[in-house]
Design a protein around this ligand. Structure first.
Ligand code: GTQ
Length: 348
């Protein structure tokens, strides 16, 4: 039972007196503070890639990557406009790097992920190593690592940025530094971290210890090959289809400390069982067409569309046009670490 004490004139007068001392009664607000279930301002929403792309190209004509520092259009949750949030704890935006542009080097305490949407061969550099990016690649920029982006190809390059900006803002732990040059020096060959950490090997004395995976590009061709192989075994989870988690090879934990990252395959015509969890999740449809029912709403998606599902809202995914692949990210690692993450699989 929710308590709702009556506000008598005596009580109201008391509240007014203590208000001057920056005090307020818990019993007036407890029902809004400690709710029986998550109550979020975050709402389900979808952004179509063709619309994002059109707006981004307009932005491309209006401002350079250099002047903007990062030419990004933020995907703002319609229930939280003006806050630069796609969920309560996470930020998402689409970044465009035009041919022969550089997004200048900086570093910040926020962790970032990139999920490549369109274009092939532009690069990002992280702490002295460069990686070339292709559609479907999942690339990490760990907290406080120097990073700059560049595009030496003749095509515009688009990717989705996911950052823990709202979480770091909430913790009041934001720092940024700009590098003295546009680009950082590159001291390692392309593929160095993949060879060191991404080949089922680790350097002999490597003990891990850093919060983020030492692999910074999880290329789509390898990820897709794993999903393909697993789809042949056809042992789908009723709630997820085939869903895998990107990991830190040094300790098996999530690849990033604050953002869980996932890839899932829905076989042709597969429909998931009703599922909900406390981590609001951002999805990118990488391949195929389908729909996701979120409570009463249905989001129809196709390749490169981005959509968001709030915490604890029941969802059902359905593949409508052949096999589908969804990339997703959420704050699940944080919730797991503090012991509050929950899921409800129905009876599945
Ligand atoms: O590429 O470093 O979308 O610093 C927002 C902040 C991207 C980036 C964003 C950033 C970046």
């Amino acid at each position: 039972m929710e308590h709702a004490p009556i506000e008598t004139p005596e009580r109201k007068a008391f509240y007014a007196r203590i208000d001057k001392q920056n005090m307020t009664p818990l019993w007036s607000v407890i029902n809004a503070l400690i709710t029986p279930e998550p109550r979020s301002a975050c709402v389900p929403a979808l952004w179509r890639f063709d619309e994002i792309r059109k707006a981004m190209l307009e932005a491309g004509a209006l401002i350079t990557a250099k002047e903007a520092e990062r030419r990004v259009l933020i995907l703002e949750n319609p229930g939280m406009r003006g806050q630069s949030k796609i969920t309560t704890s996470l930020y998402a935006g689409v970044q465009l790097v035009m041919p022969h542009e550089v997004a200048p080097a900086h570093r910040h305490s926020q962790s970032a992920l990139r999920f490549v949407l369109d274009g092939k061969g532009a690069h990002t550099s992280v702490d002295g190593e460069r990686t070339l990016m292709s559609p479907g690649d999942f690339v990490i920029t760990p907290s406080m690592t120097w990073h700059d982006h560049g595009n030496d190809t003749d095509e515009p390059m688009f990717w989705l940025d996911g950052l823990d900006i709202p979480l770091i803002q909430f913790l009041d732990a934001s720092f940024i530094e700009r590098y003295e040059h546009e680009e950082q020096p590159i001291g390692k060959p392309v593929g160095d971290s993949r060879a060191r950490y991404g080949a089922n090997l680790l350097p002999i004395d490597y003990r891990g210890g850093s919060a983020t995976s030492p692999i910074f590009n999880y290329p789509y061709d390898r990820t897709r090959e794993a999903l393909h192989q697993l789809s042949r075994a056809n042992d789908c989870d009723p709630c997820h289809g085939i869903k895998m988690r990107y990991t830190n090879p040094a300790n098996g934990d999530h690849a990033m400390p604050t953002i869980g990252t996932y890839i899932q395959l829905l076989p042709k015509a597969f429909k998931t069982s009703r599922y909900r969890s406390t981590d609001a999740t951002v999805f990118v449809a990488m391949e195929g067409r389908g729909q996701t029912r979120v409570g009463e709403e249905t989001l129809q998606w196709g390749p490169k569309d981005v959509f968001v599902v709030p915490s604890w809202r029941p969802i059902v995914h359905e593949a409508l046009d052949g096999e589908c692949v969804l990339f997703s990210f959420s704050d699940r690692p944080v919730q797991e670490k503090i012991g509050v993450w929950r899921e409800d699989r129905g009876n599945a």
